[in-house]
Ligand binder design. Structure first.
Ligand code: UDP
Length: 382
């Protein structure tokens, strides 16, 4: 076969997007996936007992402000508008999340206006004692919302979710959530918020449906495969530390265990898509009811998934890169190795060890695919 050939490890959104860009640029792509399905952790499957489209590895809501990402995904699937709203059960009450004027007024038993609430929260804000910008999750939360809201909504949830003291976690985790001084209770603020009508697995399969892409499921790629088999480049979307045989020691990942409750004859068990449980004495973090992710359907039953977070043991799928403050030196050594490694690029949440949303993964894969196609065309290896 003539022309360059690229091997891609992993058929999640990053691998599939990059494969598509390369294939459309005339490059032959082989993609190997360890699991028996594509779409990585956004895999969806129809639950046979309830008829519900299940987000098998937990809820995934597509949201983006990036026109190129929206244009790319909507080429391959029909997306239906979906606005994500989350409730939280705290101390025997139900609140609206993220923190909005509603949750502030609910928690403090007040009727503050937007301007009054801004002043009220500013008076509660606890800037870091060192005088600089917040350096960890706890400092970020105390500076942003003060101790009462931090304790009610964030401290217990975060400790359960990440299995450690919030003061050891990056501030950026909290920056994912908005703080609003109005009654807009949408979880995300992006212009495009939607869910693919037939699920993320169908979307990913459509992205991969190209004559120059060959897909192999149940076939993990090994780091040496591309070199040994004469591929011109490897895109690695598996865990960064695994590529280097954990030579610098393991990077920490958090995993999830889901407890499924199947109710074949119930059409609404909790009344919303996601209910968070921040209280420390409840062992799970949230319950998602998946029929609410497809409000255009009306299956006969419902399906609840309780999420229990745990450290990633052997055989557990990694979900979240920990990025604890003590891990950053090790991560930097891996990143230096990655920069020096010839013939391989690293992509995605696991490959770059960052807490990426789906749209950012796709944006980076679009760019990486275009850069690699150009490099291969001009004979200038990456
Ligand atoms: N978080 C929290 N309480 C909540 C919801 C979120 O403390 O009720 C914190 C928690 O640390 C979590 C982070 O905010 O890991 C990001 O939340 P997000 O909903 O974005 O998490 P994901 O859906 O990616 O698991």
């Amino acid at each position: 076969m003539s022309g360059p050939r690229v091997l891609i490890a992993g058929a999640g959104l990053s691998g599939a997007t990059c494969a598509r860009v390369l294939a459309e640029a005339g490059i032959q792509v082989e993609i190997r996936e360890a699991r028996g399905h594509v779409a990585g952790n956004c895999h969806t499957a129809r639950c046979s007992e309830t008829g519900v489209m299940e987000h098998v590895y937990g809820p995934h809501i597509f949201h983006t402000d990036r026109p190129e990402v929206q244009a790319f995904v909507t080429r391959f699937a029909r997306f239906r508008p979906y606005q994500h709203r989350v409730k939280a059960r705290v101390g025997g009450q139900v609140f609206s999340l993220p923190v909005t004027l509603h949750s502030i007024n609910q928690l403090f038993g007040t009727t503050l206006s937007p301007a009054e609430a801004r002043a009220f929260i500013a008076a509660r804000s606890r800037p870091p004692p060192h005088g600089g910008a917040p350096e960890n999750f706890e400092e970020q939360a105390l500076a942003m919302v003060g101790p009462e809201i931090y304790r009610a909504f964030f401290a217990g949830y975060t400790r359960k979710q990440w299995g450690c003291d919030p003061a050891l976690l990056p501030a950026a985790i909290l920056q994912r959530l908005p703080l609003r001084f109005n009654y807009d209770d949408r979880y995300f603020s992006h212009a495009f918020q939607a869910i693919p009508e037939a699920g993320y697995t169908a979307l990913t399969e459509a992205i991969l449906a190209h004559p120059r892409i060959s897909l192999h499921l149940n076939r993990p790629a090994r780091p040496g495969d591309a070199r040994e088999e004469g591929f011109d480049h490897l895109i690695w979307t598996g865990p960064l530390d695994a590529f280097f045989g954990q030579a610098e020691g393991p990077l920490g990942y958090r995993s999830l265990r889901f407890e499924r409750e199947v109710l074949p004859r119930c059409r609404d068990a909790q009344g919303c898509a996601v209910m968070n449980y921040p209280d420390a004495d409840i062992p799970f973090t949230r319950i998602s009811e998946h029929r609410h992710f497809a409000p255009w359907e009306d299956p006969p039953g419902t399906l609840l998934l309780r999420e229990y977070a745990r450290d990633c043991g052997p055989g557990d799928p990694p979900f979240y890169p920990l990025r604890l403050s003590g891990e950053m030196a090790r991560l930097n050594r891996y990143l230096a190795r990655a920069r020096e490694a010839a013939g391989v690029s690293f992509l995605g949440r696991l490959g770059t060890y960052r807490y990426l949303d789906m749209d950012v993964s796709i944006a980076e894969a679009l760019q990486a695919g275009a850069a690699l196609a150009e490099a291969l065309r001009s004979g200038r290896p990456l």
